[in-house]
Design a protein around this ligand. Structure first.
Ligand SMILES: [Fe+2]
Length: 304
């Protein structure tokens, strides 16, 4: 028997429902109507830049110890913590790069205790980078708690679902893309997808290109650039799995386009920081087909 609740069990356990008679908060109205809402960001661009630079310094000075941070957080889909490197992918037909080489790092609540012990005598640059990550995760979790608290009126017990007994389960993702020659690439930076999460906070991006389509896979795409002291929040597929049809706040279909200004020959390193908030006691029973439905379509088409 699984140690986690299924979506149906979670609905019962937390008595989750949608209260249509409740007065709707502003953020709730915006999420329902647009699928994405702007929230105030207490951290500055410099905080995120220092955080990103911290990983670059570790890659340079202590790559082996950085790689030792990786582990599988638990048996659920998408639950990996620590450092991962993804090398570029080249289109065999055209010879052009179709996926950017990047480094990313996931912070989780559980990993924090392990890393503090594991690296207590480790390189100072790594300890500093990890501490920066914990601080940023704490600040963003403060925002997530406020945002989920705002949904409580119309979603009784939603805070208990995501923060049972003061517990939480989140992934802070730091994504750092390598720089590249502008003429050597094609396709988008991030393919269209739904997030795995309950709630996502798109906290920081130092390059434009993020888009979202509130009506899903075939919806109209709208670009959202991150301004200083602003962030975006939206729901992932996990939230939909738990609430099912009783909630009309839907997960957000989104991706990142590649935007290269005219005349630019070298695109420098780029950083994005995202927080994914999940229900600690629930396995959403998601798989890749839920978050990347186009892959199912491609396979199905290939079979007929
Ligand atoms: Fe995403």
């Amino acid at each position: 028997m699984s140690e986690f609740l299924s979506p149906g069990e979670a609905r019962c356990e937390y008595s989750l429902r949608r209260n249509d008679l409740a007065k709707e908060n502003e953020i709730e109205r915006v999420l329902r109507e647009r699928g994405i809402a702007t929230i105030e960001m207490p951290l500055s661009a410099d905080d995120f830049k220092r955080f990103s630079e911290g990983m670059a310094i570790c890659l340079d000075e202590c790559p082996e110890q950085l790689a030792e941070t990786f582990f599988k957080a638990d048996s659920r889909y998408g639950g990996e913590a620590g450092y991962t490197r993804k090398e570029k992918k080249i289109d065999e037909r055209t010879g052009l790069q179709k996926a950017d080489p990047k480094s990313y790092f996931h912070f989780t609540e559980a990993a924090r205790g392990c890393w503090r012990e594991q690296f207590k005598n480790g390189p100072k640059v790594l300890r500093d980078f990890l501490e920066d990550g914990y601080e940023i995760q704490d600040a963003l979790m403060g925002l997530a708690k406020e945002t989920i608290g705002e949904l409580e009126n119309a979603h009784p017990n939603i805070s208990k679902l995501y923060f049972p007994d003061g517990n939480s389960y989140s992934f802070l993702r730091l994504l750092r893309y390598d720089g590249y020659e502008a003429h050597s690439v094609k396709s988008e930076v991030a393919k269209p997808h739904y997030d795995i999460s309950g709630l996502t906070i798109q906290a920081y991006a130092d390059a434009p290109g993020f888009w979202a389509a509130k009506d899903g896979v075939n919806g109209r795409r709208k670009h959202y650039d991150t301004a200083e002291h602003e962030a975006y929040t939206f729901m992932g597929k996990g939230h939909e799995k738990v609430y099912g049809k009783i909630d009309d706040i839907k997960p957000l279909w989104h991706g990142v386009d590649r935007i290269i200004p005219a005349g630019v020959t070298w695109v420098p390193e780029r950083t994005a920081v995202i927080l994914f908030v999940d229900a600690p006691n629930v396995d959403y029973h998601l798989n890749q087909h839920d978050t990347l439905p186009q892959l199912v379509g491609a396979k199905t088409l290939a079979l007929v």
